[in-house]
Design a binder for this molecule. Structure first.
Ligand SMILES: *Cc1c(COP(=O)(O)O)cnc(C)c1O
Length: 325
């Protein structure tokens, strides 16, 4: 395990445009009465940007090193991770198979075919749709077995690219942020991020001792903290991250609303406020709910000192929520 991690730590492709900007959000800060900075990982540049690009620099390096010709990954229909994986596969000349579950019920026609799904088609991905409530693990195993039987060499990326290899992208992002903070002589009290499959939050915790507040977009606090903790524990076995073993794992699950991908009033307020004050687009599934969490913490008087909000991307999903935006 130790050797594998260290090997992965050394192998990385270049997909993202780095460093991403760190910006002071003056009008939003005035609006909330707090000092808010934004790390613009919506601007990682590759195929629509977003946080998965940093993870894929490590995951795809591993896939190439293993001689894979086919990448299989999974997610919801509007998965940004699946779109970015399909993009990385296209760029590297690999086949991508996206196993997408209709996990978000009651959405519009645009959700079923537009947004990220339109981009997946342009990227040449094969999309396999699973019905709500299906055994996605079993179905994916059968798909991988079928591809292998057909002579393909398959590399499977977990949902959201969230394992230690993927999280290395966010340990790096944290180190990149530290350099920008030093340049500005800035010492933030916290980083706020959307947290879904947990790799982004785990990577940040490995890479910096600045407290990280993960706003859950799907799971309960206990469930998500356990997922983050598992990656942090594994990572902390590497010499590079030895200091991370005892760092706090902080999750707030009050902003999930009716469920993953389901719109909430607080999410819509965040999208409209940040759009109209800062000309920055948040997305309905992740960053909108994370920003709703930041707003609530500001109103609860908890945001003393500077806060860095990590913008993890997701813009294409806006076009799948035209019915509520
Ligand atoms: C995947 C994703 C996240 C969550 O990152 P995890 O590493 O899965 O927790 C946040 N924002 C956007 C836009 C995403 O696509």
């Amino acid at each position: 395990m130790r050797d594998q991690g260290q090997k992965a730590a050394q192998t990385r492709l270049t997909l993202a445009e780095l460093p991403t900007p760190l910006e002071y959000l003056e009008r939003l800060s005035d609006h909330l009465g707090c000092e808010i900075w934004m790390k613009r990982d919506d601007l990682t540049g590759f195929a629509g940007g977003g946080n998965k690009v940093r993870k894929l620099e490590y995951l795809m390096a591993e896939a190439v090193a293993q001689g894979a010709d086919t990448i299989v990954t999974s997610g919801a229909l509007q998965s940004n991770h699946a779109r970015q994986t399909a993009a990385a596969a296209a760029k590297l000349g690999l086949k991508s198979v996206l196993v997408l579950t209709e996990a978000v019920t009651g959405r519009s026609a645009a959700y079923e075919n537009g947004g990220n799904l339109a981009l997946d088609r342009l990227l040449g991905a094969e999309v396999i749709r699973l019905l709500h409530g299906s055994d996605s693990v079993g179905e994916q195993e059968a798909i991988v077995a079928g591809l292998t039987d057909a002579g393909r060499s398959v590399y499977v990326i977990p949902t959201g690219g969230s394992n230690l290899t993927g999280a290395l992208g966010y340990a790096n992002a944290a180190e990149e942020l530290e350099v920008q903070l030093t340049e500005r002589n800035l010492a933030p009290a916290r980083i706020v991020t959307a947290s879904g499959s947990s790799g982004t939050q785990a990577g940040l915790i490995l890479g910096t001792d600045i407290p990280v507040l993960g706003i859950s977009v799907s799971s309960s606090e206990a469930e998500l903290a356990a997922k983050v903790g598992a990656i942090v524990t594994e990572g902390a076995k590497l010499a590079r991250f030895a200091g991370a073993a005892d760092r706090a794992i902080t999750v707030d699950d009050r902003f999930v609303g009716a469920g993953y991908g389901q719109p909430s009033d607080a999410m819509l307020e965040a999208l409209h406020t940040v759009g109209s004050l800062e000309a920055i687009f948040l997305d309905p599934v992740y960053t909108g709910k994370a920003m709703a969490g930041l707003f609530a913490h500001a109103r609860e008087g908890r945001l003393t000192g500077p806060t860095v909000f990590l913008h993890t991307g997701g813009m294409p999903a806006i076009f799948a929520y035209d019915d509520v935006i």
